[in-house]
Design a binder for this molecule. Structure first.
Ligand SMILES: [Zn+2]
Length: 296
């Protein structure tokens, strides 16, 4: 499966001799230390992220190798001239019990490269989005293939949070810089950078049960609204308003549930005046009326 995660870039500057050697091995040239700018990117770690997924610690080593030689692009524009940065080295590190891939990338100085460098230095090109392909996703609760076992990520099972563990790296893709104003710090970004759904919020704050209760209620409400709409359309057709059903449906869909009730009641009244027997068909009294009508 394809996986996309966010990371952050940190400017370093002039490469060391060892770094320059690795850069030149990739660049197939003889770049000097003055010609390139080096920065580091923390790519992925083994912690559970907001999608309730995490990379398997063991898989990071393999994945790190796949990132060497990958290019950096701006805002997912995959054209060749925009691939200005390139990862020349990666390493799996461990800090405070967190394993992560640290990558070093370079940009050639001059031209568009200088704009990038200035942006990285200013913290504007700080956020990086990385993509990779993983062969397997495993349930953290039972160890089965995620999606086939019935456990759902983000939910708790006997106090244990279920997440999908990403294993068996297949490929690593280009990384892209996401332009972000420098004054926003990473903590703010988490909430501001994208729209958060109510479901995600409920998962994050452990309110899944309440969310599911509300969801069920809203389904009931939707069913009731559908019944109301159907009845209003049926009554309109019955009263011969000379409107086609699709037009009526379209008009009725725009009405709020609270408007549908008085409209339905008014239409019912009108229909009862026009077709007293037909309207009562569905009721016990209607059946009596039909029977007596039949008898007569
Ligand atoms: Zn499971």
């Amino acid at each position: 499966m394809e996986v996309k995660k966010e990371a952050a870039a940190v400017g370093i500057g002039v490469p060391t001799a060892a770094q320059l050697e690795k850069i030149n091995a990739l660049a197939k040239g003889s770049l000097t230390g003055e010609q390139v700018y080096v920065f580091s990117v923390r790519l992925c770690d083994d912690q559970v992220d907001r999608d309730f997924e995490r990379f398997d610690g063991e898989a990071l080593t393999e994945l790190a190798k796949l990132f060497v030689g990958r290019s950096g692009v701006v805002d997912h524009k995959w054209s060749a001239e925009r691939q200005l940065a390139r990862i020349f080295d990666t390493e799996v590190l461990e800090e405070n019990g967190v394993r992560f891939i640290k990558a070093w990338a370079y940009i050639r100085r001059g031209g568009a490269g200088d704009e990038w460098i200035a942006d990285i230095e200013a913290g504007i090109k700080k956020e990086v989005s990385v993509g990779c392909s993983m062969g397997r996703s495993v349930c953290s609760i039972c160890g089965g293939e995620y999606g086939s076992c019935g456990h759902r990520k983000g939910e708790y099972y006997e106090g244990e949070l279920c997440c999908a563990i990403l294993r068996e790296p297949v490929d690593a893709y280009e990384f892209s810089f996401v332009a972000v104003p420098a004054q926003r710090d990473a903590g703010v970004l988490k909430g501001m950078g994208r729209r958060v759904s109510l479901k995600e919020l409920a998962e994050e704050f452990g309110a899944q049960e309440e969310y599911r209760g509300l969801w069920k209620l809203s389904r009931l409400g939707q069913q009731y609204q559908k019944q109301l709409s159907d009845e209003v359309v049926r009554l309109c057709l019955m009263l011969g308003l000379k409107l086609e059903e699709p037009v009526l449906r379209c008009a009725v869909e725009k009405l709020a549930g609270s408007d549908l009730v008085p409209l339905r009641d008014a239409l019912r009244e009108r229909a009862a005046e026009k077709y007293p027997v037909q309207l009562q068909l569905g009721t016990v009294r209607g059946e009596e009326a039909l029977e007596s009508g039949y008898l007569i």
